[in-house]
Design a protein around this ligand. Structure first.
Ligand code: SF4
Length: 227
């Protein structure tokens, strides 16, 4: 089969498309990955056209894509579709990713957990992912042979049941991590702060911070103020 995988929005590597690419390549299918929502003049016809959209505000782009590829299927957090990659490919679990569709991305990306302890009204995470659960170890996310830099997409890292083990894995393995979605500062306590102070966090490229030390200082000053 000839398959077009389209990243309709988002700047980071799209894990759903990476999974689909990995799965279909393993079946012997030809994958054409693109961020273009228009059909090019000399583009061939495909057996299957799939699009992923993660932002609600991309409606215009989704409509344009649909006009160009009327038989396409679009899913992702920006859409009303609840279909998961696993449902699409007919398996219970699939944790394999094709990084070849993002040749310029040199690090590793993934989730150690899914779900969130909070239920902010505007957010799709509680409804889509439910209660906080563990998903992957850091070593499972890391691509051996690449720098030990992990781009984490976790929405509530410190809400997962055994976050201490995952944090220890990061510290012992000398990994540098980017907590792309941020952390729930309102729920940070002394213990998580202590672990954070030993984890090397990167924000953008080579800018590293010791987030825990900053938080510890803020908690200290806050306690000083209210005592
Ligand atoms: S804390 Fe973040 S992930 Fe959790 S419900 Fe609120 S917005 Fe969503």
């Amino acid at each position: 089969m000839n398959i077009r995988l389209t990243q309709i929005d988002g700047k980071l590597p799209n894990l759903a498309l990476m999974k689909l690419s990995h799965f279909h390549k393993a079946q012997g299918d030809n994958i054409f990955f693109t961020e273009r929502i228009h059909k090019d003049l000399f583009e061939p016809n495909y057996d299957l056209v799939l699009g992923s959209s993660i932002f609600k505000f991309s409606e215009k782009a989704r409509q344009t894509f649909k006009r160009n590829f009327p038989l396409s299927f679009i899913a992702g957090t920006g859409t009303d579709s609840k279909t998961t990659v696993e449902e699409l490919i007919g398996v219970d679990e699939y944790e394999y990713y094709d990084y070849d569709i993002y040749p310029n991305f040199k690090h590793s990306i993934g989730f150690t957990q899914r779900g969130c302890r909070l239920k902010c009204k505007f957010c799709v995470v509680p409804e889509k992912e439910g209660k906080n659960k563990n998903l992957n170890s850091i070593y499972n996310i890391w691509r051996p042979g690449t720098e030990k830099k992990i781009h984490l997409l976790d929405n509530d890292f410190f809400g997962q049941p055994n976050w201490q083990d995952v944090a220890q894995e990061i510290i012992d393995g000398n990994f540098k991590i980017c907590l792309n979605q941020g952390i729930n500062v309102r729920l940070i306590d002394e213990e998580s702060c202590e672990y954070l102070s030993r984890m090397l966090i990167y924000l953008l490229k080579e800018y590293y911070i010791q987030l825990g030390i900053i938080l510890k200082m803020e908690i200290f000053f806050f306690v000083e103020l209210i005592c």
